[in-house]
Design a protein around this ligand. Sequence first.
Ligand SMILES: Cc1cc2nc3c(=O)[nH]c(=O)nc-3n(C[C@H](O)[C@H](O)[C@H](O)COP(=O)(O)OP(=O)(O)OC[C@H]3O[C@@H](n4cnc5c(N)ncnc54)[C@H](O)[C@@H]3O)c2cc1C
Length: 479
Amino acid sequence: MTTRKLRVAIVGGGIGGLTCAAALKDCHDIEIDLFEAAAKFVAIGAGIVTWPRTHACFKALGVNDEVLEAVLNTRKESSCKETEPSRPSWTFHNGKDGSMIYEHYIKEAEATNLHRQKLLDLLLSQLPSASHCRIHFGHRLAGCRELPDSVELSFRNGAVGSFDLVIGADGLKSVVRQAVVRDLGYKERQSGGEGDGEDNQCYLRSDILYTGQSAFRALIPRERLVEVWPDHRALYTPTIYCGKSKHLVAYPIQNGEIVNLVAFFSDSRSGSPVIESTSSSVSSSPQPNNGSVTVEAILATYPGWHDEAVELLKMMKDPTIWPIQDLRPLESYVTPRIALLGDAAHAMSPHLGAGACTAIEDAYILGKIIAKSAQGVTNSNDIHQMLDIYNTLRQPYGNEIMRWAHEMGEFYEFGFDSSELVVNSGEDSDLEDGKLSKGQILAFREAVKKNWGWPGRAAGTIEEDMKRAHVMLENAGLV
Ligand SMILES: Cc1cc2nc3c(=O)[nH]c(=O)nc-3n(C[C@H](O)[C@H](O)[C@H](O)COP(=O)(O)OP(=O)(O)OC[C@H]3O[C@@H](n4cnc5c(N)ncnc54)[C@H](O)[C@@H]3O)c2cc1C
């Protein structure tokens, strides 16, 4: 066994890649190279929901209580009303008539809404020192080739590198995933995929699915909304307005100074609420490109919606449109020397506010598994075992949450089996008009209760996960 340090490459400096680097900060038995395509680290988008498991990761990374408190206090300051016991954490309203469908109570501090920039700043403050972590901006990965004793990376700028272990944290359109998918022997290729001419790109993209849903995203300055609607609920309470094939998500961030608004609409949905294991419901309609869009175009998408929702839409500042995509679930997130995390492994639709948090958990757990066992490990078998332990812990979990998020998106847009629920309750229903039967309302509530409980459904605590990891590492003789 050689005593040289383990050479680890992290590809992608988003939320997941930075968390993984942070988890390795005290491990001086490895050399880290972090490659980021952009010229600097940036927080894309604005609001983000975080969960107790996310906060536990931050604590375990060494973020001190005072700093964490300051970051997480955002929601308490901005919307103290909903943290009082009598206030709901999220409310769900009918987009057509404004009536309340459901109030969802979650324990105080269970979910916290943050501005993404705060999250980025927090992670940047936890990065390892330059002595064992080199950061390379402007390095867009072009190729990833796994050999028996190393992984070779090549970048668009001509740079190349050879590593013992590669972590793919390069998001939805992950180039690293290409190598994993190739290793797993996926042969399927969708006809009419969006290949860009390079054979391997086409292969990769065939795993990305356009859900048929798109979203308008924008921020609303508090003072603008207060001027026209001083007690608008979105100023205080995270709110989701639901309707047939459309829904709006609005919640306060940044000490209540801003309302984050994401307005979803579906191009062509079957109405079927659930995706089946490996065959996600794929839309055949053309996917819109990311870009800017006018408020007039947005308003035209929500005809007949209630004033409360329409007022939010009118207030959107510099709105953009985003196609909502997710991934065909992967059988494995690892090969002998490569691990995927975050969106690269399980990009999910944003309907549970779970993607970034799952990326943070993946990254923390993977980083700690490597840190615990890195000393003296460079042989292929040991590396493979380490990554297998990560995969055992994370692959079933990531794929499940991806499925629940997709399912929740269907419920927000009244995608339940309406005929059955109406027959059972003996009532009328006109979903286009926002008229729900009691059975449908009940089904909606049950879906929220079930799916919003995702942090507790698929796993215990982060500490319990790490204990399981430790036992597996011991059994493998790695600690
Ligand atoms: C509308 C919307 C709302 C959302 N709301 C929430 C929410 O409330 N809560 C939540 O938890 N999640 C939310 N998400 C999901 C969340 O944003 C993602 O799951 C999360 O950002 C994934 O982090 P990541 O680090 O895996 O990937 P990314 O954030 O995509 O980071 C990937 C990084 O890799 C870099 N990169 C890409 N390709 C290459 C390459 N070839 N070479 C080198 N570098 C590369 C990129 O520049 C980027 O820095 C939402 C998503 C959307 C679209």
